[in-house]
Write a protein of this length. Structure first.
Length: 582
């Protein structure tokens, strides 16, 4: 497991990789002067507004505002976590990352397991094309209505009815045989003998977000049990984290309108064949919080699809209970219940993709399903029924994040049970009041105060800091929270004269200043300032800050000199009065 990623490691990593190479392997770039351009991969457009700068090691879209360095690009484009993106770049750059000492002792290197799983996937694909008995698998896929293109896209394969195909092909020595067992491809009996886990099955490779094969699902062709067999959990495969079809979905559609959770592999593939590329399936386990988090990062809306029978509604209720603590109302979560006897595969073939998508748009909102389920079987005209609903609902609402959505559901509950005091609505957030729209990537740029201008200039071109030292003593004591950030930027650039703009901005990831740095590193903020005039622009900004600091010092001196008012004299005691009155 990767250890702590220090700023120095990130600097070294970003200096070794070229963002043009990182982006260029995923997006077709064209040279445009000193930069490269393309149609933005993060929003639909016909005229290129996406630029990649080799000098700054940044990408920027003037259409949607997408902006960042090579790490950011992998996080957004490949949907990787931060550590995964760093690992991917380090692998590309041939750079070793520090390892956590404890995990190095306990955990074996997973790379050989990934390699074996990839080789097994290739073997299964080859068997589907060439094995004498592959016709049975091909006939099954044709009966299910799958095209050759969709089979290839999802990398489907065939495991023949043999006990040792994988074992014979890859298990040439004891070490590799043990690795096959660890990878879940081979089962070891109590007597030490081994045999293939998957036999006589259509094979569905399962990929992680980086496109690596981490496991398999197999659908039996005969009457054997179980009908579907999944890989066991291994050092590289965790069922509570992975989702079948998520990688393929992200490759097919960069900005899906929603993510749809279905129950089976064939549902995912059939929907994709009909143009619905945003379906995924859990891997023989209930939906987990990690699943929900991943899906909410992938699309603006999440829909759970279940059978309309009791078992389907019970499964939907479990999914709701998992999703509720993550629900703040900003991203709708819905529940679609299918007609009796239908699943997504059969239904979309019967009514087509347009009608199926209309069902998705009209699916029941999480809030409606919550109160419908809790109210079922209760007499809300009785005090007992109202008390039961109030008790059950409050226990669930208490798990939600604090905020407007939870407050609205509490108000709805109060209306249903007829008791409770409504919390006062915040100004501008009443039911009938217009709400402030959420900030988007293309939001208006931050207003450039003098201090923000100085920071933006340095983030865009760190080399401008080399002439700052002579002027910094006059402004560094200015009483403004941003001054410390400006001083920090100058200190970093002074210690690292060759640091790129991308590496400089990376220093503030996961800090309180990250949002400020990201906004002020937007090239569009200072696009109106000619490159040759930016040094003098920075000097002018720092001089203005110095003048402001001088005014502050003068004001403090004036207020310090202002004489304190003299206290009024104590009244003299009257002659003959007794001073001790106790």
């Amino acid at each position: 497991m990767v250890g702590r990623i220090t700023p120095e490691i990130k600097d070294q990593l970003l200096s070794r990789v070229d963002i043009v190479d990182v982006v260029g392997t995923r997006v077709q770039l064209k040279k445009a002067g000193k930069e490269f351009t393309a149609c933005c991969p993060f929003h639909g457009e016909k005229t290129p507004s996406f630029y990649v700068s080799p000098a700054k090691q940044f990408y920027h879209c003037f259409g949607c505002g997408a902006h960042g360095n090579a790490i950011d690009f992998l996080i957004e484009y490949d949907r990787l976590g931060f550590i995964e993106a760093v690992e991917e770049l380090a692998h590309q750059a041939g750079m070793e990352l520090p390892q956590d000492e404890q995990t190095v002792v306990r955990g074996p290197d997973p790379a050989p397991i990934y390699a074996l799983l990839e080789q097994a996937a290739a073997l299964f694909r080859e068997q589907l094309r060439r094995h004498p008995d592959a016709g049975r698998a091909v006939d099954y896929l044709k009966r299910r209505g799958l095209s050759g293109e969709i089979v290839q896209r999802y990398g489907l394969g065939f495991a023949p009815a043999q006990w040792d195909l994988v074992l014979r092909t890859f298990g040439g020595d004891p070490e590799t045989r043990a690795r096959l067992v660890t990878a879940g491809l081979v089962i070891e009996r109590d007597d030490g003998k081994c045999y293939d886990r998957f036999r006589d099955r259509v094979m569905f490779p399962i990929h992680d977000r980086r496109g690596r094969v981490v496991g398999f699902g197999g659908r039996v062709l005969g009457d054997g049990e179980p009908k579907y067999l999944n890989s066991p959990e291994t050092p590289v495969f965790y069922k509570g984290r992975e989702l079948y079809g998520l990688r393929e979905s992200q490759q097919a559609e960069r900005r899906p309108p929603r993510m749809l959770v279905v129950e089976g592999y064939m549902d995912v593939i059939a929907l994709a064949q009909f143009g619905i590329n945003y379906a995924v399936a859990t891997l023989g386990t209930a939906t987990t919080a990690e699943h929900v988090k991943r899906l909410l990062r992938s699309a603006p809306e999440l829909v759970f699809c279940f059978d309309g029978d009791r078992a389907g509604r019970d499964a939907a209720w479990k999914a709701l209970q998992t999703a509720l603590p993550l629900s703040d109302g900003q991203q709708p979560m819905r529940f679609l219940f299918l007609p009796d006897g239908e699943d997504p595969d059969t239904l979309i073939r019967k009514e087509g993709s347009a009608a199926f998508e209309e069902r998705l748009k009209g699916a029941m909102l999480l809030s409606d399903f919550l109160f419908e389920h809790l109210s079922k079987g209760l007499d809300l005209g009785s005090s007992e029924g109202q008390a039961k609903l109030d008790n059950d609902a409050k226990a669930l609402l208490a798990q939600m994040p604090a905020g407007t959505f939870r407050q609205l559901l509490e108000e709805r509950l109060a209306g249903l049970v007829g008791v409770g005091t409504r919390a006062p609505a915040r100004p501008g957030l009443g039911r009938g009041a217009p709400r402030r729209p959420r900030a988007t990537a293309g939001a208006a740029p931050a207003r450039l105060t003098t201090l923000r201008l100085a920071i933006a200039l340095l983030l865009d071109d760190p080399s401008l800091a080399r002439d700052v030292d002579a002027r910094r003593q006059d402004w560094q004591d200015l009483d403004n929270p941003g001054i410390a950030l400006l001083r920090q930027i100058i200190d970093i650039t002074g210690a690292n004269p060759d640091i790129t703009a991308a590496a400089l901005c990376e220093r503030w990831r996961d800090t309180e200043h990250e949002k400020t740095i990201r906004r002020l590193s937007d090239s569009g903020l200072i696009a109106h300032i000619p490159t040759e005039g930016r040094e003098s622009e920075l000097a002018g900004a720092l001089d203005a800050l110095a003048r402001e600091a001088a005014r502050d010092r003068r004001w403090r001196m004036l207020t310090a000199r202002r004489p304190e008012p003299e206290p009024e004299p104590e009244p003299e005691p009257e002659p003959g009065a007794d001073e001790d009155q106790t």
